[in-house]
Design a protein. Sequence first.
Length: 274
Amino acid sequence: MTKEQLHEIAQKLRLEAVRMVYEGKDGHPGPALSIADIVATLYFDVMNVDPKNPEWEDRDRFIVSKGHSCPIVYAALNERGYFEPKVEHFQLRALHSIFQGHPSMHSTPGIDMTSGSLGNGIAIGAGMAYAAKYLKKDYYTYVIVGDGELQEGVCWEGANTATGRKLDNLIVFVDRNGWQSYKTVDFTVGMNDVADRFRAFGWDVQEINGHDYDAIKGAIAQAKSVKGQPHCIVCDCIKGKGLSFMENNNAWHKGVPTDEQYAQAVKELGGAQS
C-alpha cells in the first residue's frame, strides 16, 4: 500500500478506537492512538494472515503487549475482515462482550495472545518465535510494547532468551512516547536509552519515526535481512496522535471524550458523524 492509503486506514482506525471508548464510556484512547500507524502497516501491508481462518497455523503472529491499547487492534481486525458481519458497535468493556478492555485470545477472533498484565509480550513472543524455529515454520512474530512497560523485569528475561535462541523471526516495536500511566517514563526511571539497552542484550536495533509509514515498512524489511538476531524497532511516537486535544497529553491515558470532543474527533480524523 502507498503511505497515503495507509494514512487513510490509520485515521479510520483511530476514529473507530475513539468511538469505542466514547460509546463504551471507558477505555484508554491515548495509548491506542500512538500505535495506530504501526498497527495499520502491519495488518494492511506486512503481516501474512487470513481473516477467514484466524487460527491458520502458518499465519504471522501479533501481540499487543500493552494490552490496554487494544481498541486500535479491535478496529484493525474489524476493518481487515475478521468479523462477519462487520461490527457496528463494539460494546467495549461491556459484560459478556468479546471486546474487553484488555484482549483475550479465548474471546476475540484474531487475537493471538491475551495481554493486560504488562511486560509479558516479549517473552511470549519469544516462545512463539522459537516454536516456529522448532516446527520449521517461516512465520514472523510481531510484538508492540510500551516504553513504560519495559520497567518489568520479564521483558528483559524474554529479551535474553530471544538472543540466546537467535530468534531472527521476532520483531519487537517499542512505542517510545515518553509517558506511562503516572507522569513520564523519565520521571520514574531517569534517563532510559531503550535502544542501547536492547543493543546490550544483543538485539539488532533500529530507531525510527513511528508515524512514518515508509520508515516502518523499511525498518521491517531491514530487520528481515539481518540473520541470527532478534529485532527491536524503537519508534518515536506521540501519545494520542491524531487528535489536537489528546496529543502528548497524558490526561488521555485513560478517559472518555465528551459529546463535543467526540464531534471534534470525527472532524479531525476525517470521519462522518453517525
